[in-house]
Design a protein around this ligand. Structure first.
Ligand code: HEM
Length: 306
Protein backbone atom coordinates (compact mmCIF):
# COMPACT_ATOMS: atom_id res chain seq x y z
CA UNK A 1 0.00 0.00 0.00
CA UNK A 2 1.37 3.47 -0.84
CA UNK A 3 2.19 5.42 2.33
CA UNK A 4 0.14 8.57 2.90
CA UNK A 5 1.74 11.74 4.29
CA UNK A 6 1.28 11.74 8.06
CA UNK A 7 -0.24 15.21 8.41
CA UNK A 8 -3.32 14.50 6.29
CA UNK A 9 -5.17 12.37 8.84
CA UNK A 10 -3.30 13.50 11.99
CA UNK A 11 -5.20 14.24 15.20
CA UNK A 12 -5.35 17.87 16.32
CA UNK A 13 -2.34 19.81 17.65
CA UNK A 14 -1.68 22.97 19.64
CA UNK A 15 0.14 24.87 16.86
CA UNK A 16 0.10 25.00 13.06
CA UNK A 17 2.36 26.70 10.51
CA UNK A 18 1.34 26.96 6.87
CA UNK A 19 3.70 27.93 4.04
CA UNK A 20 2.32 28.84 0.61
CA UNK A 21 4.86 29.04 -2.24
CA UNK A 22 4.91 29.79 -5.96
CA UNK A 23 7.55 28.01 -8.01
CA UNK A 24 10.25 29.77 -10.00
CA UNK A 25 10.26 29.21 -13.78
CA UNK A 26 11.92 25.98 -14.97
CA UNK A 27 12.42 24.73 -11.41
CA UNK A 28 10.41 21.53 -11.93
CA UNK A 29 13.12 18.86 -12.34
CA UNK A 30 14.85 19.99 -9.13
CA UNK A 31 11.58 20.72 -7.35
CA UNK A 32 10.27 17.17 -7.94
CA UNK A 33 13.35 15.84 -6.15
CA UNK A 34 13.42 18.44 -3.36
CA UNK A 35 9.69 18.18 -2.60
CA UNK A 36 9.97 14.38 -2.33
CA UNK A 37 12.91 14.88 0.05
CA UNK A 38 10.95 17.41 2.12
CA UNK A 39 7.96 15.05 2.38
CA UNK A 40 10.32 12.24 3.45
CA UNK A 41 12.02 14.56 5.96
CA UNK A 42 8.64 15.60 7.45
CA UNK A 43 7.78 11.91 7.74
CA UNK A 44 11.06 11.09 9.51
CA UNK A 45 10.47 14.03 11.85
CA UNK A 46 7.18 12.46 13.00
CA UNK A 47 9.12 9.77 14.89
CA UNK A 48 11.92 12.09 16.03
CA UNK A 49 9.37 14.52 17.51
CA UNK A 50 6.77 12.07 18.77
CA UNK A 51 6.74 13.84 22.16
CA UNK A 52 5.10 16.89 20.55
CA UNK A 53 3.00 14.96 18.00
CA UNK A 54 4.78 16.54 15.02
CA UNK A 55 3.26 15.97 11.58
CA UNK A 56 3.09 17.60 8.17
CA UNK A 57 2.36 17.24 4.49
CA UNK A 58 3.23 18.75 1.13
CA UNK A 59 0.44 19.48 -1.37
CA UNK A 60 0.63 20.62 -5.00
CA UNK A 61 -1.70 23.29 -6.41
CA UNK A 62 -4.34 22.22 -8.95
CA UNK A 63 -3.12 24.88 -11.39
CA UNK A 64 0.53 23.87 -11.05
CA UNK A 65 0.19 20.06 -11.03
CA UNK A 66 0.69 19.51 -14.78
CA UNK A 67 3.91 21.50 -14.81
CA UNK A 68 5.40 19.60 -11.90
CA UNK A 69 4.09 16.13 -12.81
CA UNK A 70 3.25 16.23 -16.56
CA UNK A 71 2.93 12.42 -16.86
CA UNK A 72 -0.07 11.80 -14.58
CA UNK A 73 -2.82 13.73 -12.81
CA UNK A 74 -5.27 12.78 -10.03
CA UNK A 75 -8.59 11.98 -11.74
CA UNK A 76 -10.61 14.72 -10.04
CA UNK A 77 -8.01 17.45 -9.50
CA UNK A 78 -9.52 20.79 -10.55
CA UNK A 79 -9.18 24.49 -9.66
CA UNK A 80 -10.81 26.01 -6.58
CA UNK A 81 -14.45 26.94 -7.37
CA UNK A 82 -14.97 30.72 -7.55
CA UNK A 83 -18.50 30.91 -6.11
CA UNK A 84 -20.18 34.28 -5.66
CA UNK A 85 -23.71 35.31 -4.68
CA UNK A 86 -24.74 38.79 -3.51
CA UNK A 87 -22.01 39.88 -1.06
CA UNK A 88 -20.88 36.31 -0.37
CA UNK A 89 -17.73 35.35 -2.24
CA UNK A 90 -15.16 32.58 -2.26
CA UNK A 91 -12.08 34.29 -3.69
CA UNK A 92 -9.50 32.12 -5.40
CA UNK A 93 -5.76 32.37 -4.77
CA UNK A 94 -4.00 29.78 -6.92
CA UNK A 95 -0.83 28.71 -5.14
CA UNK A 96 1.72 26.21 -6.46
CA UNK A 97 2.85 24.51 -3.25
CA UNK A 98 1.37 24.23 0.26
CA UNK A 99 3.46 22.93 3.17
CA UNK A 100 1.41 22.08 6.26
CA UNK A 101 3.36 21.79 9.52
CA UNK A 102 1.85 21.03 12.92
CA UNK A 103 2.92 19.99 16.41
CA UNK A 104 2.37 20.86 20.04
CA UNK A 105 5.49 23.10 20.08
CA UNK A 106 5.87 26.48 18.44
CA UNK A 107 9.66 26.18 18.35
CA UNK A 108 9.62 22.78 16.63
CA UNK A 109 7.25 24.14 13.97
CA UNK A 110 9.54 27.11 13.46
CA UNK A 111 12.60 24.87 13.06
CA UNK A 112 10.72 22.69 10.55
CA UNK A 113 9.62 25.74 8.54
CA UNK A 114 13.22 27.02 8.43
CA UNK A 115 14.39 23.60 7.18
CA UNK A 116 11.68 23.56 4.47
CA UNK A 117 12.52 27.11 3.31
CA UNK A 118 16.24 26.38 3.30
CA UNK A 119 15.73 23.28 1.11
CA UNK A 120 13.53 25.31 -1.28
CA UNK A 121 15.95 28.24 -1.63
CA UNK A 122 16.12 29.50 -5.22
CA UNK A 123 13.26 27.25 -6.35
CA UNK A 124 10.22 29.12 -4.99
CA UNK A 125 8.87 32.44 -3.70
CA UNK A 126 7.04 32.48 -0.36
CA UNK A 127 3.54 33.88 -1.08
CA UNK A 128 2.06 33.68 2.39
CA UNK A 129 2.80 32.28 5.84
CA UNK A 130 0.11 31.71 8.49
CA UNK A 131 0.60 30.50 12.06
CA UNK A 132 -2.38 28.93 13.77
CA UNK A 133 -3.14 27.90 17.33
CA UNK A 134 -5.55 25.84 19.40
CA UNK A 135 -8.06 28.14 21.06
CA UNK A 136 -9.47 26.97 24.42
CA UNK A 137 -10.99 23.48 24.12
CA UNK A 138 -10.75 23.21 20.31
CA UNK A 139 -12.94 26.23 19.68
CA UNK A 140 -13.07 28.57 16.74
CA UNK A 141 -12.63 32.27 17.65
CA UNK A 142 -16.44 32.60 17.45
CA UNK A 143 -16.36 30.62 20.72
CA UNK A 144 -17.90 27.43 19.25
CA UNK A 145 -16.21 24.03 19.41
CA UNK A 146 -15.00 23.21 15.88
CA UNK A 147 -14.45 19.67 14.62
CA UNK A 148 -17.02 17.79 16.71
CA UNK A 149 -18.57 15.98 13.73
CA UNK A 150 -15.22 15.20 12.13
CA UNK A 151 -14.71 11.52 11.23
CA UNK A 152 -13.03 9.60 14.07
CA UNK A 153 -10.39 6.82 14.29
CA UNK A 154 -9.83 4.72 11.18
CA UNK A 155 -12.82 6.40 9.51
CA UNK A 156 -10.61 9.49 9.06
CA UNK A 157 -8.54 7.61 6.47
CA UNK A 158 -11.65 6.32 4.68
CA UNK A 159 -12.92 9.89 4.32
CA UNK A 160 -9.64 11.67 3.56
CA UNK A 161 -7.63 9.27 1.36
CA UNK A 162 -8.07 8.27 -2.27
CA UNK A 163 -8.68 4.53 -2.60
CA UNK A 164 -8.54 1.94 -5.39
CA UNK A 165 -10.71 4.11 -7.66
CA UNK A 166 -7.57 6.02 -8.78
CA UNK A 167 -4.75 3.50 -8.53
CA UNK A 168 -1.72 5.73 -9.04
CA UNK A 169 -3.01 8.16 -6.41
CA UNK A 170 -4.03 5.76 -3.65
CA UNK A 171 -3.18 7.33 -0.27
CA UNK A 172 -3.34 10.87 -1.67
CA UNK A 173 -5.83 13.52 -0.62
CA UNK A 174 -7.68 16.45 -2.20
CA UNK A 175 -6.94 19.52 -0.05
CA UNK A 176 -8.92 22.77 0.02
CA UNK A 177 -7.90 25.76 2.10
CA UNK A 178 -9.63 29.07 2.80
CA UNK A 179 -8.42 31.78 5.12
CA UNK A 180 -11.49 33.28 6.78
CA UNK A 181 -11.35 36.72 8.38
CA UNK A 182 -13.91 37.06 11.19
CA UNK A 183 -15.75 40.28 11.99
CA UNK A 184 -15.33 39.79 15.72
CA UNK A 185 -17.06 43.00 16.81
CA UNK A 186 -20.10 42.28 14.68
CA UNK A 187 -20.28 38.72 16.06
CA UNK A 188 -20.00 39.98 19.65
CA UNK A 189 -22.97 42.32 19.13
CA UNK A 190 -25.54 39.54 18.60
CA UNK A 191 -26.93 37.54 21.52
CA UNK A 192 -25.66 34.08 22.46
CA UNK A 193 -28.99 32.62 21.24
CA UNK A 194 -28.54 34.32 17.84
CA UNK A 195 -24.99 32.96 17.66
CA UNK A 196 -26.25 29.46 18.49
CA UNK A 197 -28.98 29.75 15.82
CA UNK A 198 -26.24 30.72 13.34
CA UNK A 199 -24.21 27.58 14.04
CA UNK A 200 -27.00 25.11 14.95
CA UNK A 201 -25.36 24.03 18.23
CA UNK A 202 -25.28 25.42 21.76
CA UNK A 203 -22.20 27.47 22.58
CA UNK A 204 -21.00 26.37 26.01
CA UNK A 205 -22.14 22.73 26.07
CA UNK A 206 -21.74 22.18 22.29
CA UNK A 207 -25.04 20.31 21.93
CA UNK A 208 -26.50 19.92 18.45
CA UNK A 209 -29.95 21.43 17.93
CA UNK A 210 -32.78 18.95 17.39
CA UNK A 211 -33.65 18.63 13.69
CA UNK A 212 -36.93 20.53 14.02
CA UNK A 213 -35.16 23.46 15.78
CA UNK A 214 -32.35 23.86 13.21
CA UNK A 215 -32.78 27.01 11.11
CA UNK A 216 -32.33 26.34 7.38
CA UNK A 217 -29.67 29.07 7.47
CA UNK A 218 -27.52 27.56 10.23
CA UNK A 219 -23.99 26.41 9.41
CA UNK A 220 -24.43 22.73 10.18
CA UNK A 221 -27.69 22.54 8.20
CA UNK A 222 -25.92 24.01 5.16
CA UNK A 223 -22.85 21.75 5.43
CA UNK A 224 -24.33 18.41 6.53
CA UNK A 225 -25.15 17.09 3.03
CA UNK A 226 -26.06 13.74 1.51
CA UNK A 227 -25.36 12.53 -2.03
CA UNK A 228 -27.95 11.14 -4.49
CA UNK A 229 -27.75 7.71 -2.79
CA UNK A 230 -28.42 9.20 0.66
CA UNK A 231 -24.78 8.77 1.79
CA UNK A 232 -23.20 11.50 3.96
CA UNK A 233 -20.78 13.68 1.98
CA UNK A 234 -18.04 13.77 4.62
CA UNK A 235 -14.78 15.73 4.73
CA UNK A 236 -11.94 15.69 7.29
CA UNK A 237 -11.51 19.24 8.59
CA UNK A 238 -8.03 20.20 9.82
CA UNK A 239 -8.91 23.89 10.38
CA UNK A 240 -7.36 26.02 13.16
CA UNK A 241 -7.75 29.62 14.38
CA UNK A 242 -5.06 32.14 13.40
CA UNK A 243 -4.43 35.83 13.71
CA UNK A 244 -3.39 38.89 15.65
CA UNK A 245 -5.08 42.10 16.76
CA UNK A 246 -5.30 43.36 13.16
CA UNK A 247 -7.03 40.38 11.61
CA UNK A 248 -8.11 37.01 12.93
CA UNK A 249 -10.27 34.08 11.96
CA UNK A 250 -10.16 30.48 10.85
CA UNK A 251 -7.66 28.87 8.51
CA UNK A 252 -10.07 26.31 7.06
CA UNK A 253 -8.59 23.07 5.68
CA UNK A 254 -10.52 20.19 4.14
CA UNK A 255 -8.90 16.83 3.31
CA UNK A 256 -10.95 14.38 1.29
CA UNK A 257 -10.85 11.46 -1.16
CA UNK A 258 -12.83 13.62 -3.60
CA UNK A 259 -13.10 17.39 -4.16
CA UNK A 260 -16.88 17.05 -4.68
CA UNK A 261 -17.86 17.07 -0.99
CA UNK A 262 -16.11 20.34 -0.13
CA UNK A 263 -17.39 21.96 -3.33
CA UNK A 264 -20.99 20.96 -2.57
CA UNK A 265 -20.77 22.25 1.01
CA UNK A 266 -19.25 25.57 -0.01
CA UNK A 267 -21.88 25.97 -2.72
CA UNK A 268 -24.62 25.26 -0.18
CA UNK A 269 -23.14 27.84 2.24
CA UNK A 270 -22.94 30.59 -0.40
CA UNK A 271 -25.97 29.90 -2.62
CA UNK A 272 -28.15 28.24 0.03
CA UNK A 273 -30.96 25.84 -0.75
CA UNK A 274 -32.43 27.71 -3.72
CA UNK A 275 -34.94 29.45 -1.44
CA UNK A 276 -32.66 32.16 -0.07
CA UNK A 277 -31.40 30.14 2.89
CA UNK A 278 -27.66 30.79 2.66
CA UNK A 279 -25.30 30.12 5.60
CA UNK A 280 -25.72 33.04 8.03
CA UNK A 281 -22.24 32.39 9.46
CA UNK A 282 -21.09 34.19 6.29
CA UNK A 283 -22.63 37.43 7.62
CA UNK A 284 -19.83 37.40 10.23
CA UNK A 285 -16.81 36.04 8.38
CA UNK A 286 -15.34 36.44 4.91
CA UNK A 287 -13.00 34.14 3.00
CA UNK A 288 -9.99 36.11 1.75
CA UNK A 289 -8.15 33.22 0.05
CA UNK A 290 -9.12 29.89 -1.49
CA UNK A 291 -6.84 27.22 -2.95
CA UNK A 292 -7.17 23.65 -4.22
CA UNK A 293 -4.31 21.15 -3.94
CA UNK A 294 -3.52 17.46 -4.00
CA UNK A 295 -1.27 15.85 -1.37
CA UNK A 296 0.15 12.74 -3.11
CA UNK A 297 1.39 9.65 -1.28
CA UNK A 298 5.08 9.53 -0.28
CA UNK A 299 5.56 6.73 -2.82
CA UNK A 300 4.12 8.77 -5.70
CA UNK A 301 6.44 11.70 -4.88
CA UNK A 302 9.46 9.41 -4.54
CA UNK A 303 8.77 7.62 -7.86
CA UNK A 304 8.05 10.86 -9.74
CA UNK A 305 11.33 12.37 -8.47
CA UNK A 306 13.15 9.77 -10.61
C1 HEM B 1 -19.31 22.13 11.43
C2 HEM B 1 -17.26 26.43 12.28
C3 HEM B 1 -16.32 26.92 7.54
C4 HEM B 1 -17.90 22.41 6.81
C5 HEM B 1 -18.89 23.28 12.06
C6 HEM B 1 -19.10 23.59 13.45
C7 HEM B 1 -18.52 24.79 13.69
C8 HEM B 1 -17.94 25.25 12.45
C9 HEM B 1 -18.46 25.55 15.01
C10 HEM B 1 -19.89 22.71 14.45
C11 HEM B 1 -19.06 21.69 15.16
C12 HEM B 1 -18.44 20.64 14.29
O1 HEM B 1 -19.06 19.63 13.95
O2 HEM B 1 -17.30 20.84 13.91
C13 HEM B 1 -16.86 26.94 11.06
C14 HEM B 1 -16.29 28.25 10.86
C15 HEM B 1 -16.04 28.38 9.53
C16 HEM B 1 -16.43 27.16 8.89
C17 HEM B 1 -16.06 29.28 11.97
C18 HEM B 1 -15.46 29.53 8.75
C19 HEM B 1 -15.19 30.67 9.23
C20 HEM B 1 -16.69 25.75 6.94
C21 HEM B 1 -16.55 25.48 5.52
C22 HEM B 1 -17.00 24.21 5.32
C23 HEM B 1 -17.42 23.68 6.60
C24 HEM B 1 -15.98 26.47 4.50
C25 HEM B 1 -17.07 23.43 4.04
C26 HEM B 1 -17.18 23.99 2.84
C27 HEM B 1 -18.40 21.95 8.01
C28 HEM B 1 -18.97 20.61 8.20
C29 HEM B 1 -19.39 20.54 9.52
C30 HEM B 1 -19.06 21.83 10.13
C31 HEM B 1 -19.04 19.50 7.15
C32 HEM B 1 -20.08 19.36 10.21
C33 HEM B 1 -21.57 19.47 9.97
C34 HEM B 1 -22.33 18.35 10.67
O3 HEM B 1 -22.30 17.23 10.15
O4 HEM B 1 -22.90 18.60 11.74
N1 HEM B 1 -18.18 24.30 11.47
N2 HEM B 1 -16.91 26.31 9.86
N3 HEM B 1 -17.22 24.65 7.56
N4 HEM B 1 -18.47 22.64 9.19
FE1 HEM B 1 -17.75 24.49 9.50
Amino acid sequence: MPREQAGVCAEGNLHGLYLMFNAEEQAEPTLRKVLAEIAAWLQASVDQNADCAFNGFVAIGANYWDELYPDSRPAQLRPFPAFESEDRTAPVQPVDIFVHIRSDRLDINHIAAMEVCQRLTGLVQLVEEVRSFRYLDNRDLTGFVDGTENPQGSHRREVALVGAEDELFIGGSYIHTQRYQHQMQRWAKISQKQQEDTIGRTKIENIEYASEDKPLTCHIKRTNLKDADGKSMEILRQSMPYGDMNEQGLFFISCCKTPAHFEAQLKSMIFGDGHGHYDHLLDFTQAVTGSAYFAPSLDYMENAAG
